[in-house]
Design a binder for this molecule. Structure first.
Ligand code: MRU
Length: 370
């Protein structure tokens, strides 16, 4: 996507210097900063401390991190696996991370050690390019869905979509998952308006999704997380689209904390709740998302402090909780498949069920007959 007229991906290789470059998302929307990562430890820190975040972006960054690991390991399998483990340990819920690292290890296992550096860079570029292409296709499939809902509305009335967290281009390499259909519809001239959940505690909606949509000229309104149910009751939401950090092969969806409550409210108001994801986000091993998806428990500081811009234009952090009160901060929740109207993938839209997913991805080996 474009920032101040220049095209950017969220992560890319600087081949000349042998480094990975990222958009450091911690500073948005207040400043746009590029960070250079020169070793695996820096890549791991950037993922863990959320300089980059979002399913596809984490996966692609880990792919490039494995390029640095391949170069750093000096041809030692033991060193390569130790560096790979250090990347995988950074964010336990996001599937794309382990998927990208595993893909690199498989690729390198079949390559001569003195060629690892070159091979891993090519694989990292392939992972990133694929992410871009898959999100572009999600946009195409989602556009057809949005067009059909828009056509059912009185002429000229905007299509109102609610989204949670940031599953935009910042969360991938480009385009985004939940936002790809939105950008496609906006470009196609479909009148569209997005309700942007602020997404406490880190405010990825208010900070990142709003920044993205503003950059693309998409009409949007930031709302408190708790406003969604009310908006739905008043007929102000036509459909909900979110992203996901991990979706089981049975259709259970792990996403930013609060997503489940949106799905419940949507269900109660007969509003379709869609989830957009590339196939790299499917967990082909896990059947029961509620029981078996590990949920990151993050620092209580995310709840206790909030960052913003002062009148003087400085970024500052203030404490907002009662001093000494304990906090709990699960970062994700799981929306059961029964609440999901459909999954928008790079191969099309399918029901959130084992049979529906297997129908689009028969190579997964999961049953299509359930
Ligand atoms: O904690 P984050 O920012 O890594 O949260 C992940 C997300 O951005 C969301 O859950 C997103 O909607 C899914 S990732 C495309």
């Amino acid at each position: 996507m474009r920032v101040d007229g220049s095209a950017y991906r969220t992560v890319w290789a600087d081949r000349g210097s042998g480094a990975v470059r990222i958009i450091d998302q911690r500073h948005l929307p207040f400043s746009f900063e590029i960070e250079t990562l020169r070793d695996v430890a820096s890549v791991a820190a950037a993922i863990r401390d959320m300089h980059v975040r979002g399913a596809g972006c984490i996966g692609a960054t880990a792919g490039y991190g494995m390029w640095l690991a391949a170069c750093e390991s000096g041809g030692s399998q033991e060193a390569l696996h130790r560096l790979a483990d250090s990347l995988v340990a950074t964010r336990p819920t996001a599937t794309n991370l382990a998927w990208a690292v595993g893909r690199q290890l498989t690729r390198l296992a079949g390559a001569p050690a003195d060629d690892w550096c070159r091979v891993a860079l090519a694989e990292a570029e392939a992972i990133a390019d694929e992410d871009v292409e898959w999100c572009r296709r999600i946009g195409e499939h989602g556009l057809r869905l949005l067009r059909s809902v828009a056509d059912s509305k009185p002429p000229g009335e905007p299509l109102n979509i609610l989204t949670h967290c940031n599953a935009g281009w910042l969360a991938f390499v480009d385009h985004g998952s939940a936002t790809a259909p939105i950008y496609a519809a906006h470009r196609a001239g479909i009148p569209i308006h997005v309700w942007v959940d602020e997404t406490r505690p880190r405010n990825q909606g208010a900070r990142l999704t709003a920044w993205e949509l503003a950059g693309e000229g998409v009409p949007h309104t930031v709302v408190a997380d708790n406003a969604g149910g009310h908006l739905m009751q008043r007929g102000m939401v036509d459909l909900v689209i979110t992203g996901t950090d991990r979706t089981t092969y049975t259709g259970d969806v792990a996403n930013k904390i609060g997503t489940y409550l949106k799905a419940l409210a949507a269900h109660d108001n007969a509003i379709p709740f869609y989830v957009a994801l590339p196939s790299s986000t499917f967990d082909w091993q896990t059947a029961d998302g509620i029981a078996d998806i590990p949920i990151e428990e993050r620092s209580g500081d995310e709840l206790g402090f909030v960052e913003g811009l002062t009148d003087g234009g400085m970024v500052a952090e203030v404490a907002i909780n009662n001093p000494g009160s304990p906090t709990a901060n699960p970062a994700f929740d799981v929306t059961p498949a029964r609440l999901v109207a459909g999954l928008i993938t790079e191969r099309g839209i399918c029901p959130a069920s084992e049979a529906g997913i297997a129908g689009l991805f028969p190579e997964s080996g999961k049953s299509e007959s359930h």
